[in-house]
Design a protein around this ligand. Structure first.
Ligand SMILES: Cc1ncc(COP(=O)(O)O)c(C=O)c1O
Length: 442
């Protein structure tokens, strides 16, 4: 099987050809590998045996590296003990204690296989706790769940009844006045505010003026004053900005928090943590109280994913993984900025300087952010063996040598970029321009 035939066949079998739209063909240039056959450390190999340096690391979920031995060993040991039983597995308590030891603000935890499951569970708990219906999230943020409460508010809301979409309301990210105005518009109706703690774009140009922690403190107080639950979604920031995440970095106490990518090195383990008073609503001890049907799934506590999570936490604790990963991010940013300057492209290519996940911006000749130029940059990097989508997600297996390889390819790609700026990008693209995931029409 080669890349072309894989690409042709997969869409006949799987709608979208992948299991998140972010991995779809329309998100990559035409020369991207159609599928990954296997990965090891910071590298992946496609169906034709071509090797790539991986920059995306499984949508940021692989924090240590592909097929990372110490995690695999724990998983293998667990597989031999069985993975799903008729009663809870003993490893569930071990994981609960281990994860909560990282989150002293919270006393209880529920596991799940997907991030969307835990964000949706947090929303449900908040509605049950407050008796209110509305959910608020920042309009600029890209994704919180594939469930109706979130997707109903995007451009891609076909299949979601308007009545459901109307129960979600938005405010401007990192803008406390906007959140205050929302509470004033819907007095006593907002059950919860859900937000990611910080984005790479949280610099001086953001409404928080580079201080997302200050916004979060104000937003938590405001939510509490207004009787709403505050949910922090650490799906992306968890195990990247700090250990366990931005909650610790900013010293804040959300009522509930959601975790996923990165916490089990790519294995399917996600978690909802929270204050006992709210989480206990999903319990069965308060006889006589109304039951809240919280997360209840057959595979939610599959033991080998919990073993992967425990092994990942142990690696983070004993090997100071956060420092390694952030140093990789810092070195990459410095080297990329030098390269951009050496090509005199500062006004066209920028790196947003968050050491936990550097993001690249690509602009056209008029200096507008451009999907066509991003496609060109990806195409040229892929041509040189770098599987790059405009974001570099540092992992424990990335090394100084990998940064060197990235920068060599980046420098050569910028030569092409510069020529395209002068002569027009269309002549340099070998296929279609990448498209936004959230669009109304295909
Ligand atoms: C901030 C955030 N929350 C929730 C999710 C949902 O996670 P999952 O894809 O595991 O359902 C994502 C996924 O991209 C995310 O980025």
């Amino acid at each position: 099987m080669n890349n072309q035939s894989f690409r042709r066949k997969i869409h006949d079998l799987i709608p979208g050809g992948a299991h998140t739209y972010s991995k779809g063909d329309d998100q990559f240039p035409s020369n991207a590998p159609a599928a990954i056959a296997y990965g090891k450390g910071a590298h992946v190999w496609d169906v034709e045996g071509n090797k790539y340096l991986d920059c995306g690391m499984g949508l940021t979920s692989v924090s240590l590296g592909h097929a990372y031995e110490p995690v695999l060993q724990k998983v293998i040991d667990q597989l031999y003990k069985g993975i799903n039983f008729q009663r809870p597995a003993t490893i569930e308590m071990e994981m609960a204690e281990k994860f909560l030891s990282l989150v002293p603000q919270h006393q209880m935890i529920k596991f799940a296989k997907n991030g969307s499951t835990v964000t949706t569970a947090a929303v449900k708990l908040a509605r049950a706790y407050t008796g209110r219906k509305l959910v608020a999230f920042p309009a600029e943020h890209p994704f919180y769940s594939y469930d109706d409460w979130f997707i109903g508010k995007t451009a891609c809301n076909k299949g979601v009844p308007d009545e459901i979409s109307a129960l979600t309301v938005t405010f401007n990210a990192c803008n406390i006045d906007s959140l205050r105005a929302l509470f004033e518009k819907y007095p006593g109706q907002i059950a919860c505010v859900i937000t990611e703690p910080e984005k790479i774009t949280c610099d001086e140009t953001c409404a928080c003026h580079g201080k997302p922690g200050e916004f979060l403190k104000q937003a938590i107080s405001l939510s509490h004053e207004q009787g709403a639950v505050f949910i922090l979604d650490e799906m992306v920031t968890g195990f990247k900005t700090d250990l366990p995440g931005s909650m610790k970095k900013f010293g804040i106490e959300p009522d509930l928090a959601t975790w996923g990518k990165g916490i089990a090195n790519g294995f399917s383990f996600c978690a909802l943590t929270g204050k006992r008073e709210i989480m206990e609503l999903g319990g069965i001890r308060n006889v006589g109280a109304e039951k809240v049907f919280l997360i209840s799934t057959t595979h939610g506590a599959e033991t080998h994913s919990l073993a992967a999570g425990i092994a990942t936490i142990d690696e983070f604790l004993t090997k100071n993984v956060i420092s390694h990963n952030q140093k990789i991010g810092e070195d990459l940013i410095a080297a990329a900025n030098e390269t951009i300057a050496s090509h005199a492209l500062n006004e066209y290519v920028q790196v947003l300087a968050g050491n936990w996940m550097p993001v690249f911006m690509f602009r056209d000749a008029e200096k507008n952010v451009s999907a066509a130029y991003r496609t060109l940059a990806m195409q040229e990097m892929i041509r040189r063996g770098i599987l790059f989508q405009g974001v570099f997600v540092p992992c424990f297996s990335h090394s100084a040598e990998d940064i060197h390889q990235f920068i060599t390819a980046f420098s050569e790609s910028l030569e092409v970029y510069k020529a395209a700026l002068q002569q027009g990008v269309a002549g340099y693209l070998s296929g279609e321009i990448v498209k936004p995931v959230f669009r109304r029409f295909l």
